[in-house]
Design a protein around this ligand. Structure first.
Ligand SMILES: [Fe+2]
Length: 172
């Protein structure tokens, strides 16, 4: 079975709600053969698109050391994340509220709607692996930075690797 066909019977015929997306992420994660697919590389985050059709797309992402995405949104897509190995932290931008950080370990999942802004980063010492599903498929993303003390949003293509930008790394 080719890598794309491995997921075909799981894929929806319509755009999914966040709680449905995370179910798909969990189901797809059960079909990932980690040793076959994953390459560990300390210089780049491991990113492998598993499928993309008109209603959804799935990515397998690897995390090592201090690898992270920087703060971003997913434009018109909602999403779901399932952690397969290791541990990830999700930081949400908060202003005067409690700490916006949540930790997710192997077996944990979460979903988010189209209004969600977050940063994902490796947590702990063990390599992490996670499966991310977006519905509808990503058309673009927003990457956030602070320029001269002002928060700005940069629209980036869906296949561009996310990275922290400038002062916002420290602001969190
Ligand atoms: Fe994200």
């Amino acid at each position: 079975m080719s890598d794309a066909n491995r997921f075909t019977d799981l894929l929806p015929a319509t755009t999914l709600e966040p709680e449905q997306i995370v179910v798909l992420a969990r189901s797809a994660a059960e079909r990932v053969e980690v040793d076959q697919l994953v390459r560990r590389d300390r210089s780049h985050r491991f990113c492998l698109r598993l499928w993309r059709d008109e209603h959804s797309e799935g990515w397998l992402l690897g995390w090592l050391d201090d690898q992270e995405t920087g703060f971003h949104d997913h434009d018109r897509s909602a999403g779901g994340v399932h952690v397969i190995e290791g541990s990830l932290a999700e930081d949400r931008l908060t202003f005067g509220a409690d700490d916006g950080t949540r930790i997710f370990s192997a077996g944990d999942s979460f979903s988010f709607d189209t209004q969600h802004i977050h940063r994902m980063r490796h947590h702990g010492t063990e390599p992490a692996l996670s499966l991310h599903v977006y519905s509808p498929p990503l058309s673009s993303m927003g990457s956030y930075e602070i320029v001269d003390g002002v928060l700005r949003r940069l629209s980036i293509p869906p296949d561009e690797e996310l990275a922290p930008r400038g002062d916002l790394v420290e602001a969190a």
